[in-house]
Design a binder for this molecule. Structure first.
Ligand code: BGP
Length: 488
């Protein structure tokens, strides 16, 4: 396998899914702090108040906040050269609009980056990984309000200045395309919009009736694009050596049949889900079909014509393209075919693929397909796969070992497919697996959906002592990194 020299190998986490310490050292609440656990069939309950006796998985998560030295040492033992993590916005600006940043929050990430450096690990930092401060949701109505652009730019430049010499690789927003794909995740996690007049209610938590207003969701997404582009522009002024990227949740779609109607539907899905955001952030402008699509949802698109915004988008294009890849899905116009319904995106069942216990279809060749598609759509743009992984139930044997051969086989095939894409000529610069250590699932809030090479003793009933142990996949990934992807 011809992975380039200096290829970045590592793993990726998000603050809200691993740190815990949700009120420590001055941290404010952020959106995920208001979500309870669910499972593959039960969506997460949204709870706009913090209530006694209710289990919020993110509040303690895996307690990375107090275990980061141990965890980074374990990553170093596997040979990581890169660690993707996010800064929790509400640790830096607890109320979103504070005049001064919270020094204790800034100091925590100093310590984390110093620890990475000690082990020769390059941090890749996501500024916003579904962690919008709760106060911005309640007071500003998330990114629907243009003032939130200013709050984000202030937060981003605070981080750029503080970590100017410690961090080179940045991502502006995690999975920024969620609002064009999935209204629930897109509103709550993506743009921070909750349509609920009774946010301070004391009644028991319930699943919110999702009120989705496309005008608000898509206008808020536009504001995120502007915020991201402004961050890119400001970041390059602060340190011209910064590499600032986007991050797309790439859902790879196939037509279920060669019926031209399926082909058209497939093209439509791919364009909407993946290409609108990719084009804005890499090419600096909306693709031709975006306006018509928004208008078909009844959206007044005049915000897309603002000349000043257009200029910012053109000037704030990213330095590299990154994406998450877990699965592929099929599309068809035939309403009678069997569906796979994951806890997020679903589609028609692909007869050639198996799925995880959460209904995510396993498709390594789809990763090669996707990398080639991206390389041809965005020529001369370095690409990085910043999330890829296999959520599964793990069994701890009597002697404490965990034989996760299913996870090894998932990664083996996906790394093989990436190597093939490199041989095809794709300018791939790095790979961070999702959840190198078990953490809270974003989609379901479960601990039981485990991704790690490192097991964490923590469970959905809130028990566990947070101890860490190495799974079989830990030793396997170490070998892969040591051989630069040759020994699979
Ligand atoms: C991505 C998110 C991550 C992560 C991952 C796995 O969409 O960026 O935060 O959680 O999906 O999803 P889940 O946790 O639902 O299994």
């Amino acid at each position: 396998m011809a992975f380039p020299k200096n290829f970045l190998w590592g793993g990726a986490v998000a603050a809200n899914q691993c740190e815990g310490a949700y009120r420590e050292d001055g941290k404010g609440l952020s959106m995920p702090d208001m979500l309870l656990g669910g499972d593959v069939n039960t969506p997460r309950t949204f709870c706009p108040t913090i209530e006694d006796g209710v289990f919020y998985p993110s509040h303690e998560a895996i307690d990375f906040y107090h275990h980061y030295k141990e965890d980074i040492a374990l990553f170093a033992e596997m040979g990581f050269t890169c660690f993707r993590l996010s800064i929790n916005w509400a640790r830096i600006f607890p109320n979103g609009d504070d005049a001064e940043p919270n020094e204790a929050g800034l100091a925590f990430y100093d310590a984390v980056f110093d620890e990475c450096k000690k082990h020769g690990i390059e941090p890749l930092v996501t500024l916003s990984h579904y962690e919008i401060p709760w106060a911005i949701v309640t007071k500003y109505h998330g990114f629907y309000n243009r003032e939130t652009i200013e709050l984000y730019v202030k937060y981003a430049t605070t981080c750029f200045n503080r970590y100017r010499d410690k961090v080179k690789y940045w991502l502006t927003f995690n999975e920024i395309n969620m609002p064009v794909m999935e209204p629930f995740m897109g509103n709550l996690y993506g743009v921070g919009i909750v349509q609920d007049a009774d946010l301070n209610r004391t009644a028991p938590c319930k699943f919110p009736e999702l009120i989705d207003i496309p005008q608000q969701r898509l206008q808020a997404l536009h504001n995120e694009f502007v915020a991201s582009a402004r961050a890119v522009i400001e970041g390059h002024k602060i340190n011209p050596n910064f590499k600032i990227g986007n991050m797309i949740c790439h859902i790879t779609w196939y037509p279920l049949t060669p019926n031209p109607k399926d082909m058209l539907e497939d093209q439509r899905k791919d364009s909407i889900c993946n290409d609108i955001c990719g084009d804005v952030q890499v090419r600096g402008a909306y693709p031709y079909f975006a306006k018509k699509y928004y208008q078909s949802l009844g959206v007044d698109t005049s915000f897309m014509d603002d000349e000043n915004d257009k200029k910012i988008l053109r000037e704030g294009v990213v330095d590299f393209y990154t994406f998450s890849y877990y699965m592929s899905n099929c599309v068809t116009v035939d309403p009678n075919v069997e569906e796979v319904k994951g806890n997020m995106m679903g589609g028609a069942k692909n007869p050639y693929l198996k799925a995880s216990d959460w209904g995510w279809q396993i498709d390594p060749d789809g990763l090669r397909w996707t990398l080639n598609k991206l390389a041809s759509r965005y020529p001369d743009t370095p690409i990085m796969v910043v999330e890829n992984g296999f959520g599964a139930f793990d069994k701890v044997e009597a002697d404490g070992s965990i034989h996760d051969d299913y996870r090894i086989s998932y990664f083996r095939e996906h790394i093989r497919a990436m190597g093939e894409a490199v041989e095809d000529g794709v300018p791939l610069i790095g790979y961070t697996t999702w959840g190198p250590i078990d953490l809270v699932s974003a989609g379901t809030g479960q601990y039981a959906k485990r991704y790690g090479f490192i097991y964490v003793d923590r469970h959905d009933d809130g028990t566990g002592d947070f101890s860490r142990s190495r799974k079989d996949s830990f030793y396997w990934y170490k070998k892969v990194i040591a051989s630069n992807g040759a020994d699979l």
